[in-house]
Each structure stands twice: as structure tokens, then as C-alpha cells.
Design a protein around this ligand. Structure first.
Ligand code: PLP
Length: 371
């Protein structure tokens, strides 16, 4: 029996530190001055992470990450707009579904899950279709862990004079992204991925002028980012019940993010986790779906071993019993599973997971690369 919470090697929810969890041991009223001050700090710290203080503002939103993706798309793309969605995985596909619900005219370019978005095809499509007003991209496609070239695509979009929307959910805080270097109107992420807070809220970092221009676009009360922003600017309060505990945890998580050295420190730990994991798994005979140069240090997709003794459910259960939660794959290109490198995980947990993999493989009678 394990005597601690399982280590979550997943795309989320993720392992958080004890101190982040402890930060939630308080009840704050939504009008409490201390709480209002914490909100203000959280919002400005998020903008600072993208060097956006002079150009961008932060609009937080209750809910899981998808809520704020939906808010971004349905607010920034006006009802007479047309969006081009770049799809190479399930999260890009989900953006298409969202735009369907909101009846926004939608175009897509699709790539196989193991290939990154190609800026050249984006450029060609934009010059062929002047009606496209917005382009949406997923920064790290968590479906596989592939890194998309958001800077190169951003240049293409800016050159064509269109508006750029980024889902940076699983990359934000771990991979550098500067609003001074990439021109975008909105970017979304959440409290519980690389920033290691508790799940429960997302946020949109929006270019101020672009956010102002969304007034009246929203076809939903709850997802109206303009109104959410106006409310917060007016009196520092959320329009509806704020996720108070989640915000307290997020505030603490941002302290720990700073203590670790911000994006460089956080991204550095994840890169080390990823390297340890990939090297160790390869030694055990596993193959990664992606070549190293396409892999973001967020989550790694491994191909199912061909050995007939390998059974994913037993593998999953065996790791789970030892305190390591992994994630099934959902790919069309290959049978696979995923192991994450993000959340409050260090070399010790990554090595522990590798040891558990080795033991479980032995139990199943699967030949591993090691004697
Ligand atoms: C996690 C994630 C989301 C949001 O997922 P939720 O389950 O709603 O939190 C969106 N996009 C990407 C790329 C993600 O990794």
C-alpha cells in the first residue's frame, strides 16, 4: 500500500505541492480587501510572465481550461468573423467543436498527430481566403506532446494582418512566450498545468485593444470576457462567486513558480524530467511516438510494445498500485499511452515511475530492453 497521494504523470489534474494545498485552508469573502488584493496580484503576475504589462490584460474565468478556450473563441471571433483552426490533435479538434456550438464560420487545416503545424500551409490558406479574420493554434498539443511552431505561425498571421489566438494551456509557464516577440490578441491557460495551482480556473491574456473590441460579441453571459474584465476593473470583484480557494492556491503556486526561477526554472525541471523519462523508457525497450526535436517537455507519448504479453490495463493498474498514474493515448496514428513530466514532480518521482515500469513489465512477462 502507498501512503501518499498518487503521483500524477498525466495531462491534468496534476500533482501540487503541500504548501499549495495548504493555502486553501481559508475561507475568504469575495469582497474581502485581502482577497481583492490577491486577485490583483495574481492577474498582474500572469501578465508579467509574457512581458505583457504594457500591452495585455488578464481576465480570469471560473471552470476548467476548456471553459476559457470556449470563452476566447466565442468572444474574439465576432459573429460575422471567420476562423481558421490549425488541427494536429484532440485539442485543436475541440476548438472546431466549440466554434460549431457558437456557429462561427470555421475553416481548418489538419495534420497527422505526429506532425507539427506547418507555417507555409497557413500562409497559403490566408492568402487564398481573405475572409479569414482569426487563426487559432494549440501551443503544445497535449494529445501527443508535440510542440507547434507558434512564433513562426504568428509571423505568418501578423504579416497577413489577421488576429492570432493561442491555446497555451499545457505549455504556459514552462515554455517561454513573450507578447513583445509574438503578436497575438488572446492566449489562454489554466491554474493547474505548468503553474501547478489547483484546478478550477482558467485565464485569458488579451491585448487590451482587442479585448475592448470584443464588446457585444459574446453569445453567453457566463463566458463574456469583456464583462468579466469590466467587472474586475471596476471594483476588483468577480461578477459571480469566485473560486476563492483555487485563487489562494494559485497565488501560492505563483510564489513557488518565482522561487523556482520562473519560466526558465520551471521549464528546466520539466526538461530534466522529460529527459530522464525518455532515456529510461528507451532503455526499457519503449519507443517514443515523436522524434526528440518535435517533443515538448510536457507529456511524452510511448508506443504500445508489440510483445503479446503486454496488456495496457494490467500495466496501468500495476503502476497505479505503486502510486504512479499514467494516461491512455487517444491517437489515430498509433496504439499508445502517455506519461507526463509536469506538475510537482522531480527526478525522484520520474525515477520511481521508471522502476515501477520495470517491475510491472517483469510481472507481465514482457521482455524489456534490460537484462
Ligand atoms: C488541458 C488542456 C486544455 C483544457 O482541458 P480541461 O480538461 O478543460 O482543463 C485545453 N487545451 C490543451 C492543449 C490542454 O492541454
Amino acid at each position: 500500500m502507498i501512503d501518499h497521494d498518487p503521483w500524477l504523470l498525466t495531462p491534468g489534474p496534476l500533482t501540487t505541492s503541500r504548501t499549495v494545498k495548504e493555502a486553501m485552508l481559508h475561507d475568504f469573502g469575495s469582497r474581502d480587501q485581502r482577497f481583492i488584493e490577491i486577485n490583483k496580484q495574481v492577474r498582474s503576475r500572469l501578465v508579467d510572465i509574457i512581458d505583457g504589462a504594457s500591452s495585455h490584460v488578464c481576465v480570469p474565468l471560473q471552470g476548467s481550461g476548456t471553459f476559457v478556450v470556449e470563452a476566447m473563441l466565442s468572444n474574439f471571433v465576432p459573429r460575422d468573423g471567420k476562423i481558421l483552426i490549425l488541427i494536429n490533435g484532440a485539442y485543436g479538434e475541440r476548438m472546431r467543436t466549440i466554434c460549431g456550438y457558437h456557429q462561427r464560420a470555421t475553416e481548418t487545416i489538419e495534420w497527422p498527430e505526429d506532425q507539427p503545424v506547418d507555417p507555409k500551409s497557413v500562409a497559403a490558406r490566408l492568402s487564398a481566403d481573405p475572409d479569414i479574420s482569426h487563426v487559432a493554434i494549440v501551443h503544445c498539443e497535449t494529445t501527443t506532446g508535440i510542440l507547434n511552431p507558434i512564433a513562426e505561425v504568428g509571423e505568418v498571421v501578423a504579416k497577413a494582418g489577421r488576429s492570432y489566438l493561442i491555446d497555451s494551456m499545457s505549455a504556459f509557464g514552462a515554455l517561454a512566450l513573450s507578447a513583445q516577440k509574438i503578436s497575438f490578441d488572446a492566449l489562454v491557460a489554466s491554474s493547474n498545468k505548468c503553474l501547478e495551482g489547483a484546478p478550477g480556473m482558467g485565464f485569458c491574456l488579451a491585448r487590451k485593444g482587442a479585448l475592448e473590441a470584443t464588446q457585444g460579441n459574446s453569445d453567453s453571459l457566463c463566458f463574456d470576457l469583456y464583462q468579466q474584465w469590466k467587472g474586475l476593473e471596476a471594483n476588483g470583484q468577480w461578477r459571480f462567486t469566485p473560486p476563492t480557494h483555487c485563487i489562494l492556491a494559485f497565488h501560492q503556486a505563483l510564489n513557488e513558480f518565482d522561487e523556482e526561477g520562473g519560466v526558465a526554472g520551471r521549464g528546466g525541471r520539466y526538461r530534466a524530467n522529460c529527459e530522464l523519462l525518455v532515456t529510461g523508457m528507451r532503455k526499457l525497450g519503449f519507443e517514443t511516438l515523436l522524434p526528440d526535436e518535435l517533443q515538448a517537455p510536457i507529456i511524452v507519448t510511448f508506443k504500445m510494445p508489440a510483445d503479446a504479453n503486454f496488456d495496457f490495463q494490467s500495466f496501468y493498474d500495476g503502476l497505479s498500485a505503486r502510486g504512479y498514474v499514467i494516461y491512455p493515448g487517444k491517437l489515430t496514428v498509433a496504439e499508445s499511452f502517455r506519461m507526463g513530466c509536469i506538475g510537482r514532480l522531480y527526478a525522484e518521482q520520474m525515477q520511481g515511475a521508471l522502476d515501477a515500469v520495470k517491475t510491472v513489465m517483469k510481472e507481465m512477462g514482457v521482455a524489456s530492453g534490460q537484462p
